[in-house]
Ligand binder design. Structure first.
Ligand SMILES: [Zn+2]
Length: 315
């Protein structure tokens, strides 16, 4: 057996609610149209070169429910490229929490999606590190001897203690701000928006011969000046000016904007609107069982509360 059983994937798929298990990600694993956009990922690798290698994992175990997690392709890459941050125990916890909130019973129509997902998994299946490769595609390649030119290994360096990079929330806050500015710039200058942002950032912070992300190694004490700098840059973008209008007391945004803003703020805290913590807050603040019971005004107050909370956390 060098693939998970249909039964295993059926259970995994239903418990995932057809959604990527990465916190805050709402991407489907298989689209309604049948396009496979997610992956069956191993939590622990059996191959010594794989991420999260564990010598105790047998072939059989490696394809069992406990060792598999469904993620969108983007988050699959992210976890595999950062195995120190996304250790096996982190992924197990991530999967458990996700299943608690998104899991559902198996449905008859799942069968079709599960087959597509498994076919995708089998399409490229490197069975061991001696070069056995089977590509199950219309023009199938099957061989025992295929030399793949070695790929440059990813080297992961742990952020130094008390650096910005060692605080995931702080890092996320800076990255979110930076990306918001980049996206706004890109709208106006599609070719150069991101480049100019990085160039200016580096020159304003005296960074030479390094990417701007070298700031992850800077001490946490530097974070507030970086955040102030980025916030000022953002305030100058078109969206930034709109946001300023938004923060005026008299402005009451429509409900869909409130939901979007709430999700964005919660994602900075590693939460989603479905998180238990959020349900608890809504119950404690307003005595409401869910978002749908909130008036627009209450929802607005809640979003303002989150905004202030995140601001106070690091200012
Ligand atoms: Zn995802």
């Amino acid at each position: 057996m060098n693939q998970p059983s249909i039964k295993t994937i059926k259970i995994l798929f239903a418990k995932s609610g057809n959604q990527c298990a990465f916190p805050g990600c709402k991407d489907s694993i298989v689209e309604d149209s049948g396009t496979v956009t997610g992956h069956i990922c191993h939590i622990r690798a059996r191959n010594a070169n794989g991420p999260r290698y564990d010598s105790k994992v047998t072939v059989k175990k490696s394809y069992e429910y406990d060792n598999l997690i469904l993620l969108c392709s983007r988050h699959h890459q992210i976890i595999d490229k950062n195995p120190l941050e996304y250790r096996a125990d982190v992924l197990i916890e991530m999967k458990k929490i996700h299943e608690e909130y998104n899991g559902r019973k198996e449905l008859p129509e799942d069968g079709k999606f599960v087959k597509l997902l498994l076919n995708d998994f089998k399409r490229i299946n490197i069975t061991n590190n001696t070069g056995n490769i089977i590509i199950n595609s219309p023009n199938a390649i099957q061989t025992n001897n295929l030399n793949i030119k070695s790929i440059k290994e990813n080297i992961n360096i742990l952020p130094p203690p008390n650096s910005i990079g060692s605080d995931p929330l702080l890092k996320q806050r800076i990255l979110t701000l930076y990306n918001k500015i980049g996206q706004e710039r890109e709208k106006r200058f599609p070719d150069s928006g991101w480049q100019v942002l990085a160039k200016n950032f580096k020159s304003d912070f005296g960074i030479k011969n390094n990417k701007w992300t070298i700031i992850w190694t800077y001490p946490i004490a530097c974070a507030s000046s970086i955040i102030d700098y980025l916030e000022a840059k953002y305030a100058n973008t078109i969206q930034g000016r709109k946001d300023k209008a938004w923060s005026k007391e008299s402005y009451m945004p429509p409900r869909n904007i409130l939901y979007a803003k709430e999700s964005e703020l919660l994602s900075q805290l590693g939460l989603t609107t479905k998180s238990n913590e959020v349900k608890d807050m809504i119950r404690n603040f307003f005595g409401a069982a869910s978002h749908t019971q909130l008036s627009t005004n209450q929802h607005w107050q809640f979003v303002k509360y989150l905004e202030a909370f995140i601001k106070n956390k690091y200012d």
